[in-house]
Design a protein around this ligand. Structure first.
Ligand SMILES: *Cc1c(COP(=O)(O)O)cnc(C)c1O
Length: 368
């Protein structure tokens, strides 16, 4: 049966999100055991030990439904961020919050604005609800907020800003964001995606949670998947005005964050030392990768995240496959409008070294 016509218009022709290749899959394909995955911006240090202990302790209670309101985690986040607990919306990863926003604010035919090279989930969630994406050309691979504002029409319901953006690693400064927020109509919900904010140390970088008090149309999304090392447990959250949070909560599944995720995230929040260590390892790894890419004569995009996107002089797909053959998984970014680039996640010093060595060989092999 051809089922395509059964789907709502937004789902017809929708290409699912392409995740990084899992290590087990590559190892099975190649019959090897020591593959390294640098494809999904995961924390090479893993989660804080306290989070693992909390998961073990919570495991005994998995027969019970989780706390559907995530009371303790929401209150802990609210206290840290200096907002009310009624301003925090928990998500099954921050992707869930992005989807809640699309379902809450975008009706079929409504428009959403995002940037060229922006995170691939934005077009997905917009299309799925029948929305129309308006894509602003990037400037130097980064978000051009003026170009984005210029695409706003009376039909615009949502603007997505990834800060920093994945896969380009670019970010917008506080002054530019302030100008945008002041200029936009309040009918446009601004989704400020801060999945990597913990990695950014520049004082010109804006922290979205401090802006929600002044902007009732601002929704900041964050995650425990990246620096907290809990990608597998799927915990993210939104910070917004209580009014936006109330709307998101209406479409949120009651148990969207599971009990192990809640326990782990709560425990992880308290471990500042692990975050600091992860940030330091990332900084050193970025420097190592940049120096290595320079030695190979490759151009790369300066990144504020835990990944680097670099240019490949030979077809990126060939380099990607040559790296796979050497047991190193990186991420193709052709679906981000970057067909001549690959993205590599910062790993441990050893992982990064392995990647650079494999890349050196792969460039020889891919051209051969
Ligand atoms: C990884 C990532 C997310 C977070 O995804 P989760 O659903 O929280 O795991 C969100 N936005 C961007 C830009 C990302 O790269």
């Amino acid at each position: 049966m051809d089922a395509e016509h059964l789907a709502v218009p937004g789902v017809r022709g929708l290409q699912p999100y392409q995740p990084g290749k899992p290590v087990e899959v590559l190892e099975r394909e190649l019959g090897i055991r020591d593959a390294v995955k640098l494809a999904s911006n995961e924390n090479p240090l893993g989660p804080p030990p306290a989070a693992l202990a909390a998961v073990r302790a919570a495991a005994g209670q998995v027969a019970r439904y989780p706390d559907g309101s995530g009371h303790r985690l929401r209150h802990a986040l609210a206290e840290r961020l200096g907002v009310g607990a009624d301003q925090v919306t928990l998500g099954n990863g921050s992707n869930d919050v992005l989807e809640l926003a699309a379902r809450c604010f975008i009706a079929p035919g409504d428009e959403a604005v995002y940037s060229e090279h922006a995170f691939a989930v934005y077009p997905l969630v917009v299309q799925a609800v029948g929305g129309v994406g308006r894509v602003a050309p990037a400037r130097d691979y980064g978000h051009d907020l003026e170009a984005m504002a210029a695409l706003v029409t009376p039909r615009t319901r949502v603007m997505f800003i990834a800060n920093p953006n994945n896969p380009t690693g670019t970010w917008v400064e506080a002054a530019a964001l302030d100008r945008l927020l002041a200029a936009l109509p309040r009918e446009v919900v601004v989704v400020l995606d801060e999945a990597y904010h913990e990695y950014v140390e520049d004082p010109a970088y804006p922290r979205g949670h401090a802006l929600v008090g002044d902007h009732p149309n601002l929704l900041v999304t964050r995650t425990f998947s990246k620096i907290y090392g809990l990608a597998g447990l799927r915990v993210g959250y939104g910070v917004s005005s209580p009014q936006l949070a109330d709307l998101l909560n209406r479409v949120r599944q009651p148990f969207n964050v599971n009990s192990l995720g809640l326990a782990a995230a709560e425990a992880a929040l308290g471990d500042e030392a692990h975050v600091a260590r992860s940030r330091a390892v990332n900084g050193a790894g970025l420097a190592q990768l940049q120096a290595g890419l320079d030695r190979l004569g490759l151009h790369w995009l300066p990144s504020a995240g835990n990944f680097i996107t670099f240019h490949t002089p030979q077809p990126a797909g060939e380099v990607y496959r040559a790296l796979l053959e050497r047991g190193v998984i990186v991420r193709p970014v052709d679906n981000y409008g970057l067909p001549d680039h690959l993205r590599v996640t910062v790993g441990t010093e050893e992982d990064n070294h392995r990647f650079l060595a494999a890349l050196g060989e792969a460039l020889g092999a891919a051209g051969a």
